[in-house]
Each structure stands twice: as structure tokens, then as C-alpha cells.
Ligand binder design. Structure first.
Ligand code: CO
Ligand code: CO
Ligand code: CO
Length: 324
């Protein structure tokens, strides 16, 4: 949408929309850059409080994915004029507010409009030391790939919409989506200097889509080990019957540059293309630092897994993702 806009050169813009990164980064001075992002969407779960909390965790995540620390947020909301209970509106705002507070982020204000469809989210501002931001472009051959949340929230959300998601699967998916990427990001920020080469978070384009963006921006190929992919409990059973709407679009868009080995079954493939709401961070880290970081993430209560490696991509080679 923005790709036709001619952008004047501005040295204070460290990252903007042209590189498919998670957030923009703007240097205020030598010590501080703003990290700015906005994200809002329609309900993914039935409980309004949970929805608000998930919307907040999801919006904050793009700041964490850039190596920033979020500081403030503005709410963006749309509600129908009639027929939507005032108590539910309150619960959505309360869920979001509590999640922001847990992240140490202040709510400064927001804007609400009327719309036939409920939408909710936030614009979030964070800070980072200029030059310390993590982008999609830094992955290097030999790196280890760490993923910090299990996959499958799109499949469970679709099953919820069909009234067919078992209670336990819903609980696990809601817990994963409400989970802040704050601790995962803190552990990665405290990694040995220079050990984190690239980072993004897994959201609407699924693991393959966001991994493809990293591979493309970094000029490398990501080798995904499907046996190592963490998944939400109960998601394999649901994946037989339910696929999120976005999965097919993502596969059509990114699939041509993905190579799937014969051992990749239909369910693993579904998981890799499943659009995530408030998914985990995908970090490309120095191989030597991988085991220590994985251990530190797990000690911090993060359900992290090493899910693959970064390989060199020969000039002219189009394959961005090699999943086996
Ligand atoms: Co993102
Ligand atoms: Co986003
Ligand atoms: Co990023």
C-alpha cells in the first residue's frame, strides 16, 4: 500500500515500512530512538477481557521484536452503536489495560469509532538505543533459530468460531496469546553483545511467512526442523478439520519459495502456515550463544525451542525456507 510513496531521505529514520519489519525506529538523539507500531483486529476469542489482553500483548510484541522496551500506548477501538453490551466494552478495555500494566506500559489515551464490527488494539511506543534495534536483515549463516511460543493459535481460533474447540485447547491458546513476549525479549536483550542477529514476531503470515521475510531481508535461507516445532495442546486434532482463512493466502504468497521435505506431513505444514495472533518471537542468534539462550529462556518460564538454522543462499537461488 505504501510502496508507491517516494520517501525523502531522513537520517533519523533507522527503520521504516520499506523493509517489512515489525515496527518503525526513529532516532531522537544518540542515546534514544523511538520504536513505534500499531496493531488492531477483530475478536479472536469469545471472552471480552481475554480479547483485550490478547490485543495488548499482540501490539506490544512488535516493539519487543525490534529489541525495544515499550513505554506507552494509545487504544484504537471500534464498536457497534447498538447491540454490543457496554459491559463487554469495559471488559475489553480492562483486559488490555491490565496487560499493559503488567508490561510496565502506560495508557495515554486513544480513539473509539462506531463500526458494525468490533475492532480493538493499540498504537505502542517504545525506546531502543539507536543501532541496537533488531531487524529482519541480520540473520547469518550458521545462526540458530529460536522460537518462543507454540504454534497453532489460528487453528484454535477458527475452531472457536465454529463452536468446536475443546475447553482445554481454548485455555492453552488463550494463555499463549495473552502471554507477553516481555520476558523472552528481556532474555534476548541480555544476551552477550551482538549475539542476537535478527528478530521478528510470528503473527498473521505464520511461521513460514515471517521466516521468509527474515530470509529475504538477510539474503539467507532458513532451514526449519519440523520435528522441533512447538505446538499448542490439541491443535493436531483440530487441524484436521479447521484451517484459518489466512493460511491459504499465505501459502499462495510465500509457498513458491518454500521447499518441504518428504517428511513434512500435512499437519506440520498447516502449523507452519497457520496465522498466529500474538505469536512468539523468532530470533536468529549466534550458534555459540544458542544453547545458553535457550536455557535462559526456559529458566525465565518461556516455552522456547530451537527450531532450525540459517544457511547460506547461493546467488540466484530462490528457496527461502527449507523445512524438513
Ligand atoms: Co510483527
Ligand atoms: Co504487527
Ligand atoms: Co523485527
Amino acid at each position: 500500500m505504501l510502496s508507491d510513496i517516494r520517501v525523502p531521505q531522513d537520517d533519523r529514520v533507522l527503520v521504516d515500512f520499506r523493509t517489512a519489519d515489525d515496527a518503525g525506529v526513529y532516532a531522537l538523539d544518540e542515546r534514544t530512538a523511538l520504536v513505534q507500531t500499531v496493531d488492531f483486529f477483530t475478536p479472536v476469542v469469545d471472552d471480552p477481557y481475554d480479547f483485550g489482553a490478547i490485543a495488548a500483548a499482540n501490539a506490544l510484541s512488535d516493539v519487543y521484536a525490534m529489541g525495544g522496551v515499550p513505554i506507552s500506548a494509545l487504544a484504537i477501538a471500534a464498536f457497534p452503536q447498538r447491540g454490543f453490551p457496554a459491559g463487554d466494552v469495559q471488559a475489553i478495555f480492562r483486559g488490555g489495560f491490565d496487560a499493559l500494566r503488567a508490561a510496565g506500559v502506560v495508557l495515554l489515551g486513544g480513539h473509539t469509532v462506531q463500526d458494525s464490527e468490533v475492532k480493538f488494539g493499540y498504537a505502542v511506543t517504545g525506546t531502543v538505543v539507536p543501532g541496537r534495534q533488531w531487524t529482519n536483515a541480520g540473520a547469518r549463516p550458521g545462526d540458530v533459530l529460536l522460537l518462543t511460543k507454540p504454534l497453532g493459535t489460528g487453528i484454535v481460533s477458527t475452531a472457536i468460531k465454529h463452536g468446536a474447540a475443546p475447553e482445554a485447547a481454548v485455555r492453552a491458546a488463550v494463555a499463549a496469546m495473552r502471554g507477553l513476549n516481555a520476558e523472552a525479549a528481556r532474555v534476548l536483550r541480555e544476551a552477550p553483545p551482538g549475539a542476537v542477529h535478527a528478530c521478528t514476531d510470528i503473527t498473521g503470515f505464520g511461521l513460514i511467512g515471517h521466516a521468509s521475510e527474515v530470509a529475504e531481508a538477510s539474503g539467507v535461507r532458513l532451514r526449519i526442523d519440523v520435528a522441533a516445532l512447538p505446538e499448542l495442546p490439541g491443535v493436531r486434532e483440530l487441524a484436521v478439520r479447521f484451517r484459518a482463512g489466512g493460511a491459504a493466502t499465505t501459502e499462495a504468497h510465500f509457498g513458491a519459495r518454500v521447499r518441504l521435505g518428504p517428511e513434512v506431513d500435512g499437519l506440520s505444514r498447516a502449523l507452519m502456515y497457520d496465522p498466529q495472533t500474538s505469536g512468539g518471537l523468532l530470533a536468529s542468534v549466534e550458534a555459540g550463544a544458542g544453547p545458553g539462550l535457550l536455557e535462559a529462556l526456559r529458566r525465565a518460564g518461556v516455552e522456547a525451542a530451537a527450531v532450525g538454522r540459517v544457511e547460506a543462499r547461493p546467488a540466484g537461488d530462490q528457496v527461502l525456507i527449507d523445512a524438513r
